[in-house]
Design a protein around this ligand. Sequence first.
Ligand SMILES: Cc1ncc(C[n+]2csc(CCOP(=O)(O)OP(=O)(O)O)c2C)c(N)n1
Length: 320
Amino acid sequence: MTRDNRILEGMYRLMSLTRALDQVLGKHDGHWHGLEGEEAVMAAVYYGLRDTDVVAPHYRGAVTAALAKGADTRRLMAGFLGKTTAYHKGRHRSDVCGPPELNLIGLYGGSLGPPLGYAAGAALAAKLDGRDDVAVAVFGDGTSSRGDCHEAMNMAAVKSLPVVFVCQNNQIAISTPLDAGVGGPIAARAEGFGMPGIAVDGNDVLAMRDAMDGAIARARAGDGPTLIEAETYRVAGHFYSDTEDYRDAQEIARWRAKDPVARYRRFLIDEGVMSEAGMDALDAELVAEVDAAFTAAQADPVPTPETLDAEDVFAAEAAR
Ligand SMILES: Cc1ncc(C[n+]2csc(CCOP(=O)(O)OP(=O)(O)O)c2C)c(N)n1
């Protein structure tokens, strides 16, 4: 990666913001799907995309994707609370459905897998329009076993579509460990579709960024899709109220010692890019920003029952 301090700092900000979400939302919402341990993947994948690039994020990290695409924190927080001020006017949670106006594809039906096909469709649209925009489709290791995932990769390879597929392999799907749900290395599947597949240390934000840069450049140049498998670990429970009686505390401790944020902070200090005090101040500022946005959104109104009948249901209605 060519050294650019603006990018290095921007990725730190996104990692820190991701951690801030855990700190604030984990306090309020037992259904919040924690991000701890996977911040490097999210920062490297979502930082610096164009407004016109389309992203189908994995639900775990979708809020980071929205923030990276320029979403307003207050409106995202309103989306957790079902408020009318949210991007989806209180109809969809913002941790799974990012603002479509920012070119984010949401998990509207709640079914994991279909958004990969939608991302391939967005890439096909870019290709047909002659734009050099890309689509980024992110999914978990559990989701990688879905048929939709294979169909989307095959179509993208056949049509040489500008898609970057990123598997956020955090070693577990709810309580099913990787080796009980996935029959071989995920990156190796790419060969069967005729596209490059790369396995990357997902706790190394710089290695991830390198892989993303290469895959995005390839897609923009019209050379087709790439599959990146980011090897990381879900340090958090499946969600915050998870009792986690299905896994070993020592395994969690081993991975917590490989914390991607601490690792990147050491790099930034050693390279003189950011100071420890500067990063501490930024961390505190971002927690305060997310907390203030959440608190402010609590006072916003919820949708009234009359709006459920037809408002926003038909496209023609919205166009009037
Ligand atoms: C098609 C489908 N099957 C099952 C579920 C229920 N479900 C929600 S989260 C989840 C785990 C997905 O695991 P993975 O893709 O590895 O993502 P992770 O939670 O580890 O980030 C499952 C099975 C779903 N949402 N959609």
